[in-house]
Design a binder for this molecule. Sequence first.
Ligand code: HEM
Length: 516
Amino acid sequence: MNSIEFQNCFILILLCLFSLLCIFLFFFKKPKDCSELPPSPPSMPIIGHLHLLLSSLIHKSLQRISSKYGPLLHLRIFNVPIVLVSSASMAHEIFKTHDVNISSRGLTPIDESLFFGSSGFFSAPHGDYWKFMKKLVVSKLLGPQAIQQSRSLRAEELERFYFDLLDKAVKKESVEIRKEAMKFTNNSTCKMVIGRSCWEENGEAERVRVLITESIALSKKVLFATLLRKPLEKFGISLFKKEIMGISDRYDEVLERFLVEHEEKLEKQHHHHQGVDLMDVLLEAKGDEKAEYKITRDNIKSLYVELFLGGTDTSKQTIQWTMAEIINSPKTIVRLREEMDSVVGKSSLIQETDLPNLPYLQAVVKEGLRLYPPVPIFGRRLQEGCKMGGFYVSEKTTIVVNGYAVMRDPTYWEEPNEFKPERFLDSSRRLGQEEEIREQVLKYLSFGSGRRGCPGSNLAYIFLGTAIGMMIQCFDWRIKGDKVNMEETLSGMVLTMAYPLKCTPVPRISRFPMSY
Ligand code: HEM
């Protein structure tokens, strides 16, 4: 009897211990999947995965490793942790579930630089300054209403672009598309943000364009400088600081002139609100004691550097890439012309207001941006640790999104490497969107996503639609050889053509009268 009781007691104790163990495991140990980092491809001692970023086509080397090891990877550059996102479903998860958490870029600023420095908007953390500026930029420059108000400025520039091409056509000269496109995007942006074009006569316009091209070319170094800033600081090393500050100083010179010009104008006008542009509004906000946020002169200058970079180069690249694909695809040209001739006609130049009635042209632009996103990868930083794709990612991790890989993922895109604008036409697009909602995917990332997504996308679609529309409406294009070489390269972190597109315009409709 005693021994039975003893046995029962023993079993009871064992049961108690076992349940205590279970409770302990359940409450005190993190669930296994939550403590686990995303998988990591093989790395090198000390440098980690730095070699992947040193490749000349970073977006492609990252695309290769993600297709081999998975859509969410943990990488390490020295001791800087990075999580690489490369699929439409992971993109959906981070932008829909963790948007606020990843709404800072976390690039350590290069302090005094006007270009990725601490006074910038692009690299500003998600906080009061960013919110104040975003509201201002959207309401005064990039929102639908502001865009409508500046329509005539861009119409003038489109016409100038047309006459420049016509001039070359008459002389039977070839043109480098990216150069002509840059004049158009840059002059339009200048008019919108400083109220006038940069002067061609005294070399001001060319200086600005050279500065923009040089800063884009430097953007890879800037990325390294900001990414490795913290670890290298301990050794007193400041990567590429001289080059970066050299560019910043040249921007400063140009922008100081624009600012003084505006201050003098404001002075003269005694604050009469005539011809108010973004710079006037910013200067007023700077002087306003009661403003929600006190902005500085450097804040204004840095924003302008970013608007010049954002507004000019990316759009120019897409115009070049898309024209190259169009020239390689005679059936696209035929279809574009059919649409354009019936909607716009042959007696007037395409206008912004025509764009909503040109769905095929819009699909062509979207497809150009899908295949060749000018910003193929972009970064954010995780504010607080969280679960992603079933793994645990800790706070302060840099999140790198490979938009290029997402937009060429064969799981979500049929024949992903082919130029097929039809995929964006209404009937197929509607299907695509339903599928996206059902499958919880985000597969179009040319402009990023979420609250830090590109605020200039509406303006960009207008630049692209009108420029490409005009070039196809008004000219035939001759190239040397049968096909344009579509090889890719990176200029800094921007995707561009390894062999710039050169072609000769041949007028296809009679000359429009000049209106300016
Ligand atoms: C084809 C043209 C363009 C492309 C492909 C493009 C792409 C992008 C991308 C990928 C980002 C980062 C988005 C993210 O982190 O989710 C971005 C941000 C930004 N873009 Fe654009 N962009 C274009 C045109 C423009 C234009 C025309 C402007 C203004 C004039 C502009 C201004 C900006 C600004 C200010 C940011 C920073 C936004 C922030 O940090 O809150 N972009 N752009």
